[in-house]
Design a binder for this molecule. Sequence first.
Ligand code: SF4
Length: 448
Amino acid sequence: MALSGLEIYKLLPKTNCKACGFPTCLAFAMKLAAKQVELDACPYVSQDAKEALSAASAPPIRLVKLGAGDREFQVGNETVMFRHEKTFFNKPGLALRVKDTEAAESLAAKVEAVNAYSVERVGFHMTFNAIAIENASGDPSKFGATVQAIRAKTNLPFVLISNNVDALKAAVAKEGGNKPLLYAATTSNWETMAAVAKAANASLAVRSQDGLDELADLTKKLGDAGVAELVLDPGSRDMARSLAQLTQLRRLALKKNFRPLGFPIITFPGEAADTEEAEIVAAAQDIAKYAGIVVVDHFDPAVAYPLLTLRLNIFTDPQKPISVDPGIYEFNNPKPDSPLLTTTNFSLTYFSVAGELDSSGLPAWLLVCDAEGLSVLTSWAAGKFDAETIAKAVKSTGIADKINHKKLIIPGHVAVLSGELEDELPGWEIQVGPREAVDIPAYLKLRK
Ligand code: SF4
């Protein structure tokens, strides 16, 4: 049962020391009750109070880990309905489903494509997270052999799909101990599924065929049987009903603290889609609200990229601008006489400028100033990218020792800073570059 803010307050030290970042213990207690902070933020909670508060401080949606090593990923642990309330924490895993009835060459090609797919955007590497393997043949030995063949090609985590407990046992034996997700326990097989999951140290998906009450009943039984890491499949497939059910599950977990449904959710957007395009639209909905694992039936880089970008955008922290480290960046082996440009450390700004410099083939130095992760105009308007900031970066980075000239190119949007900057940097010539990154190569070619 969730504790109220006042009940939590009674268990805190009540010294108002502010070490947790809040002005009073009561303010901290209120945030803890709202699941917006972690109990660990207070270093002075007694052991007795910690135990008493464990229910209140435990995440309302359980963290579930799949896989091992560098391909491990985790889902759950979310604390808010909407990203702007705080942030979403764990990106939903994207999985491609293959079947053990497919030809070996086709299977190998699909798995290799997913395994190798990796793209970078604003400094983040984006990949698919898992392979879902379905026992469509119904044959345990064929399922085991398929799992073994796929494991030889990838260390991605697996979602193993079968109604046949013997097939799942055969698959687990060939999976390689990488902590798979078994799909799925139902009212008719949950006891044997629980035994297989426990023996394999695997997570277990729970599928309802009769609504959320049945789902909650099943998770309670599985919890009592000792299977803690569960993933929910509420059963709906069409977009409208799925959206309603996933939202209801999130609300029950966060607002009502209803533990039997406080688990990540798995979805299969292709199962109600007539076309690949419809599957992608449904997958995008699931990423936004509120899937933990999204299993798609088609993989195409042209589709994977927008889905991964959508996921990245939704799961970045809205309170922390995505930034790169301030400092000097080199492009195309710059020499002492190569031009020196400057910009801010907002990731999108940096990567736009860096991309143009890199592809231009022209040697150049780029001085990235600490503008608290804001773009050029925003940081200038906020006083974070002014003449003083740029001059400080020039002096602290020692760029003057690497070049044999004193010319600095500033973004065209902040041309107004040129006079003030020449005052801050006596002896330097401030040149005004283009407003848009895309115009930098042409500017550098024409520049004297
Ligand atoms: Fe109170 Fe702990 Fe925060 Fe200090 S750190 S104000 S004791 S809740």
